[in-house]
Write a protein of this length. Structure first.
Lengths: 231, 172
């Protein structure tokens, strides 16, 4: 968010005290929680951070331990990492490219309905991606190594068909199957097929014959999709 | 010769998952940031832990950095400071080390530094010291009260008053 005092003296003072840092842990946690929900407080904190930052010039630089970068990199490379929602536009472009290669003869619905993605804790936030002409079909909650997906009310029931979830990493030639979705209720599917994937990943839902695609590729139209980013 | 990327650019590329950019960001800022952490924790091991955790947060949070903000440095340093403060608050207090003399204010390289210096100097000297001890050294209210030999409540109200004066001066 941009940096700006709120104009509310109490709020601006709280922000200044937080940035100054002398308050106790409980107070800091409370302010952090408030700032996550209150952009005015977050903006005031940002304002103070920039204004007080020159004080760090009073501290001499010190070379960190030589192995510190390796430790950071190792932590980045851990198999279980948080996801975050990606901008919708990129997904649409790449999805169009993939659709062109799909076997489906049925015209894909114009536009895509997007999934509501919830980030895993601690930074849990619901990101509502733009809805296309169709209503959203599924609610997906992505965690580090699994996705929990539930059909939304109004999802068309398709007799003799099943919805199937696929993952398409950026640059991959074809999507990988993640799992067939149950006709009713919520499913939790392991994202093991995407364990090595990084960067932008599309989650796609296609309509398949009952039991799912008989091949390793979608045979039916891709009807729902969204894009996530794996750090 | 390759151009030296600006910090906000490196942050933007980091937000896109560019690990080389993240590495460049680390190489450029780590000594300064480690110094900041070490000044607060006064312990190399805990400062390393704080810096490591801070950089993971920077990696995860790079997309949230708003490029319209005045300073990428300030955002990075704040993440590091907050981690170091959390670490030191959780530590068992050891014998109080004497605080190192703060060097003279370095040449201002930005309007922010000049403004802060001017506004700080409008505070009475003991309040200036209070602000510096809190921000640079990371002392808690209790530690400040003990150092200044003043009641806790007094220290808190001194800090609040000092911040109000700084806020008025800096936004004027």
């Amino acid at each position: 968010m941009s940096e700006r005092l709120s104009g509310d003296p109490d709020l601006d003072d709280r922000a200044g005290e937080y940035v100054l840092g002398a308050d106790d842990a409980a107070t800091r946690r409370a302010i952090e929680a408030d700032a996550a929900a209150n952009p005015a407080l977050a903006g005031a904190i940002a304002w103070w951070e920039t204004r007080l930052h020159p004080l760090t010039a009073l501290v001499a630089p010190v070379a960190p331990p030589a192995d510190l970068w390796a430790r950071i990199e190792a932590a980045l490379g851990a198999a279980v990492l948080p996801f975050r929602a990606a901008p919708a536009q990129a997904g649409r472009r790449a999805l169009a490219a993939w659709r062109a290669a799909a076997l489906a003869a049925t015209a894909v619905a114009a536009g895509l309905a997007f999934l509501l993605i919830r980030q895993p804790p601690p930074a849990t936030q619901a990101v509502l991606l733009p809805l296309a002409a169709k209503p959203a079909g599924f609610l997906a909650s992505v965690e580090a190594d699994r996705v929990t997906i539930a059909p939304l009310a109004g999802l068309p029931r398709q007799p003799d068909h099943d919805y199937e979830l696929w993952g398409l990493p950026a640059g991959a030639a074809a999507p990988v199957p993640i799992g067939v979705l149950p006709r009713q209720g919520t499913a939790t599917l392991a994202l093991a097929p995407l364990a090595q994937a990084h960067g932008h990943i599309q989650l796609l839902v296609s309509l398949e014959p009952a039991g799912g695609s008989p091949t390793n590729l979608p045979t039916g139209p891709v009807l729902y999709g969204t894009e996530i980013v794996r750090d | 010769m390759a151009a030296v990327e600006a910090l906000p650019t490196l942050l933007e590329r980091t937000a896109q998952g560019d690990r080389a950019a993240f590495r460049a960001l680390y190489d450029r800022t780590a000594p300064h940031l480690f110094g900041v952490a070490l000044r607060i924790t006064r312990n190399r091991e805990t400062a390393s832990d704080a810096l490591q955790e801070a950089f993971l947060r920077i990696w995860r949070g790079a997309a949230r950095f708003d490029a319209t903000r005045g300073s990428a440095d300030a955002w990075l340093a704040a993440i590091v400071r907050y981690r170091a403060i959390d670490v030191v608050r959780a530590q068992v207090p050891t014998d109080e080390p004497s605080e190192a003399d703060l060097p003279a204010w370095p040449a201002a390289d930005a309007a922010d530094a000049a403004a802060l210096q001017r506004c700080l100097q409008e505070l009475p000297p003991d309040r200036q010291r209070l602000v510096l001890l809190a921000f640079v050294e990371g002392f808690s209210h209790s530690e400040l009260a003990s150092r200044l030999e003043a009641p806790l409540g007094t220290v808190k109200s001194w800090i609040r008053r000092s911040l109000e004066m700084l806020r008025a001066c800096l936004s004027g």
